[in-house]
Design a protein around this ligand. Structure first.
Ligand SMILES: Cc1cc2nc3c(=O)[nH]c(=O)nc-3n(C[C@H](O)[C@H](O)[C@H](O)COP(=O)(O)OP(=O)(O)OC[C@H]3O[C@@H](n4cnc5c(N)ncnc54)[C@H](O)[C@@H]3O)c2cc1C
Length: 470
């Protein structure tokens, strides 16, 4: 009887641990793990609108991270006697041709709830002769374990969270199976950023962390954050921080490229709670991972409506298209230091704290009233941890068109003084404000004209009085 062959199409699930698609595919006699650098993820994409905006789909830091993650996975597979075939191209063409070459009977893949990712899956499914077998492996809770069908989950977070906390359990992480041999095939070169047409700047030495792609670095960071530095113990108190490696977990890039499984994080928290401490902070990390799940399931429920200007609430808001203001926001030159510092950190590192993201996003959507999707598209380009559901879901939420029935506008000046009382954060990213007392560093327009003239820093783009909440 001919050996039965499975192809494992790895996408944003670049790990061996807790990988349900790998566990299922490894039942075959021969296993061909494949990673495709989808050319559709690189280069310019058209945003549309009255002006023809274009965005680079994936900028340098995420490109570098993904390349490193694929290289790491290849090594880990080779260590177990398998291999990783790497190609650059259209996944439908690549998977079809490889599946025919090795006579694969099945193609295993992790499915995703967001429209672009689903569309690629459909194209592959329509093209290959083999069966495409979808798996679900990127959330804490499995959709089959939710108390209700995904189409019926609540659109606000708290009822969703309460429902899963009381009636769903997190599955045990899947163990790494023994790997069957791979068919003989040219394994292919891993592309460089230049091959993909992407420029990568060196990592800025002010970056919160050197985010190194791959499962090896992911597990190291998990170990460091929980066990070595014991930072989890105080996560709830520190998570709104702006500076440093350990105010928050920084797991997001690894979670989103699939180098780290949220169930593995949860199992490690269980262990930490048994051996060290169970407190509000250990609870809160799961609470945040549940937010991540919430957006994944919301996209499964609402699909493309999330990307419309009025979002899932279908609100009629007259968003404007002020090109100059948008560009100033992107460059971190709005003249509002707390917002500008965030935008410069994002540009230099690809990462931004949750507090920074909320303020930068609220300023664009609620103060400048610029179409929030322009901001989300810019974050999509830049973020090392970009995920469509987390990014567009959070943006819609902040802009008042998503999973929140209240209008949430951040008072960015209040936020600046509250979360950066010594102006350490703004001066780190805006050295031109260095030496000013905190009040002036956050509100340079309050300085006398003579002093302001000497600062190489722009006047605010909006009347600062309008930024204060009533
Ligand atoms: C406008 C905006 C855009 C965002 N875009 C993204 C994105 O593209 N990708 C992304 O992973 N997160 C996004 N977030 C959520 C959040 O800011 C990041 O997950 C978090 O800052 C990552 O740092 P961390 O891993 O140290 O987080 P921690 O505070 O350590 O949280 C642990 C994990 O919980 C999850 N999490 C925490 N907060 C959220 C949240 N609000 N929504 C969803 N998941 C959450 C993340 O997976 C995170 O890694 C966005 C938030 C805003 C306001």
């Amino acid at each position: 009887m001919p050996a039965d062959t499975a192809l494992l199409w790895l996408r944003r699930d670049l790990r061996l641990h807790d990988n349900p698609a790998l566990a299922a595919a490894a039942d075959a006699d021969r296993l061909l793990p494949v990673s495709v650098f989808d050319t559709g993820h690189y280069g310019l994409t058209d945003f549309g609108g009255d002006h023809s905006f274009t965005y680079e789909k994936t900028a340098g830091q995420r490109t570098r991270f993904r390349i490193d993650a694929v290289a790491d996975l290849r090594e880990r597979l080779r260590d177990r006697g398998s291999d990783l075939v790497v190609r650059v191209g259209d996944p439908a063409e690549v998977i079809d041709s490889l599946a025919s070459e090795v006579n694969a009977e099945a193609v295993h893949v992790h499915t995703r709830p967001t429209p672009e990712e689903k569309a690629v899956e459909r194209r592959v499914e329509n093209r290959v002769d083999a069966d495409l077998i979808p798996h679900w492996g990127h959330t804490l809770y499995h959709p089959d374990d939710l108390p209700s069908d995904v189409s019926e989950i609540d659109d606000t977070y708290t009822p969703f969270r309460k429902a899963v906390e009381s009636a769903a359990t997190v599955r045990e992480p899947a163990s790494v199976p023994p790997l069957p041999p791979s068919p003989e095939l040219d394994s292919g070169e891993i592309p460089t950023p230049t091959d993909l047409g992407v420029d990568v700047d060196p990592i800025d030495n002010r970056s919160a962390l050197d985010f190194e792609g791959g499962e090896t670095a992911a597990l190291d960071r998990l170990d460091e954050y929980l066990w070595e530095t014991d930072s989890l113990r105080e996560y709830k108190e520190t998570r709104n921080g702006l500076l440093g490696r350990d105010y928050s977990s920084k797991f997001s890039p690894w979670l989103n490229e699939g180098c780290l499984s949220p169930r593995r994080v949860s199992a490690e928290i269980d262990d930490y709670e048994d051996r060290r401490v169970a407190n509000d902070s250990t609870y809160w990390l799961r609470f945040e991972l549940t937010w991540r799940d919430f957006f994944q399931f919301q996209f499964e429920k609402h699909g493309g409506t999330f990307f419309t200007p009025g979002g899932i609430r279908q609100r009629e808001i007259a968003w404007n298209e002020d090109v100059e203001a948008l560009e100033r926001w992107k460059r971190g030159e709005t003249g509002v230091p707390f917002v500008d510092a965030a935008m410069r950190e994002l540009a230099a590192t690809g990462y931004l704290s949750n507090r920074g993201r909320q303020n930068a996003a609220s300023f664009l959507a609620n103060d400048l009233r610029i179409d929030w999707r322009q901001g989300a598209a810019h974050f999509e380009t830049e973020l090392v941890d970009y995920d469509p559901a987390s990014n567009y879901g959070n943006w819609a939420y902040v802009a008042g068109v998503g999973n929140d029935s209240r209008d949430r506008s951040f008072d960015v000046l209040w936020q600046a003084h509250r979360y950066d009382p010594d102006a350490e954060y703004v001066t780190r990213w805006l050295p031109e404000l260095d030496g000013l007392i905190p009040e002036a560093a956050h509100e340079p327009w309050t300085l006398p004209e003579s002093k302001r003239a000497g600062l190489a820093y722009p006047d605010p783009i909006v009347d600062p009085e309008t930024l204060r909440e009533e």
